[in-house]
Design a protein around this ligand. Structure first.
Ligand SMILES: Cc1ncc(COP(=O)(O)O)c(C=O)c1O
Length: 390
């Protein structure tokens, strides 16, 4: 063993997911017999739909355990293309669909194809934290733009105009977003695409929560342009987090580069998961998933007013995903300390704002409504009692 433990310099800028420490702490409390209401985890509580499990088991029995092509099974790429046709009447060539290990794999792959050292990528703060780490890994710079309820916690055309510099090569948007559940309007998306295209930049749209949109008009960016990288996943709406499968629809002229890099960094996405995912688009599965989506909406409709009456400020109405980003500054001036207190004293686990960036992070916490309404009710009861003594 070398005496000195060698770490790349960049590792000092790769921050942990603080919620994982919190989760470990919550589990330790549970092991001692405490009851904890979990509202910290960004993962559906529903298990994978049975038709998908059956297809996965069948693939295993048939020993479908070899590598697939780097961009995925041709039939799955076609199934994704057909899904866009069926849901949004958008025609996509299956060759433009790259199947990846989760949306995580897609984000990493696309950024690695695009970013040179020193180049900048625009993104919203608060936002999905891994994006800035992916950019850092490539020796690029993430340009985090502070956003608030005034713009639904999303980047706007004005932000892009204002912050784009000679070093900027791309803008990233998640709609609906994690941690706020808010969406970019179709009009703003169109305007941002035009601005970024006029600057010869790339637009990366993370639509991982696109299947979980509640009452606003749902759309995919592929209706607006064929020049953006549109990322999605089997994790959230399709309930397949642990199967590690996602996709990205890439602009035609990037297919070869994305394929070449995917061959090197992944070889192929997981084979069994791909066979299982072929069952994700059947009418039977989609009906089941849509029922679950309706259940998420019920949970949001319960939890949002309940938190507001307990004193949390939620100013931007979330239109999708399963998160509420709540201002807790009425109760504390450090949300990180607050979540530990909440866990220890009330047995309720939520995620501190610091996990999503630096912009007024100490004033916010994220609630995930990935639990049945009865469990959320118990969480709110505990919260209310705790806050009385705050
Ligand atoms: C906005 C967003 N993008 C991407 C991911 C990564 O998801 P996965 O790799 O499981 O598809 C997540 C997970 O929480 C997310 O919230």
């Amino acid at each position: 063993m070398p005496k000195k433990f060698h770490l790349a310099n960049r590792m000092s800028q790769i921050k942990p997911f603080y919620v994982m420490d919190l989760l470990a702490h919550a589990k330790a409390l549970e092991a001692k017999g405490r009851s904890i209401v979990h509202m910290e985890i960004g993962e559906p509580d529903f298990s994978t739909a049975q038709p998908i499990i059956d297809a996965g088991q069948k693939a295993l029995e048939e020993q479908k355990t070899h590598y697939t092509p780097a961009l995925g099974l041709p039939e799955l790429r076609q199934a994704v293309a057909d899904y866009y046709q069926k849901q949004f009447s958008v025609e996509i060539a299956a060759e433009r669909v790259a199947i990846t290990p989760g949306a995580s794999g897609a984000l990493h792959l696309v950024l690695a194809v695009l970013v040179n050292p020193g180049e900048q990528v625009l993104m919203a703060d608060p936002g999905y934290p891994c994006n800035r780490h992916f950019v850092r890994l490539l020796e690029g710079e993430s340009l985090s733009v502070p956003v608030d309820a005034e713009t639904d916690f999303q980047l706007t055309p004005a932000h892009i105009e204002q912050h784009w510099s000679d070093k900027t090569i791309a803008a990233m948007v998640a709609s609906p977003s994690n941690p706020t559940g808010t969406m970019v309007s179709r009009d703003n998306m169109q305007k941002m695409i035009s601005i970024v295209e006029s600057k010869n930049g790339a637009m990366l749209i993370d639509e991982i929560y696109q299947g979980l949109v509640y009452e606003t008009e749902n759309y995919t960016t592929l209706e607006l342009t064929q020049n953006a990288f549109v990322i999605n996943s089997f994790s959230k709406y399709f309930g397949m987090t642990g199967w590690r499968l996602g996709w990205v629809v890439v602009p035609e002229n990037y297919i070869e580069a994305v394929d070449r890099l995917a061959q090197n960094i992944f070889l192929a996405p997981p084979t069994l998961s791909q066979h299982a995912a072929l069952a994700a688009f059947s009418d039977e599965t989609l009906a089941l998933l849509n029922n679950r989506r309706d259940e998420f909406k019920k949970r949001r409709d319960y939890l949002m007013p309940a938190l507001q009456s307990s004193g949390f400020e939620i100013t931007a109405q979330p239109q999708g995903a399963f998160y509420l980003y709540a201002n807790c500054s009425k109760f504390c001036d450090d949300s990180y300390k607050f979540v530990y207190q909440l866990l220890e004293e009330a047995g309720v686990a939520v995620t501190p704002g610091i996990d999503f960036g630096a912009n007024r992070a100490e004033q916010y916490v994220r609630f995930a409504y990935t639990q049945p309404v009865e469990v959320l009710e118990e969480g709110v009861r505990r919260l209310s009692n705790f806050l009385k003594n705050c």
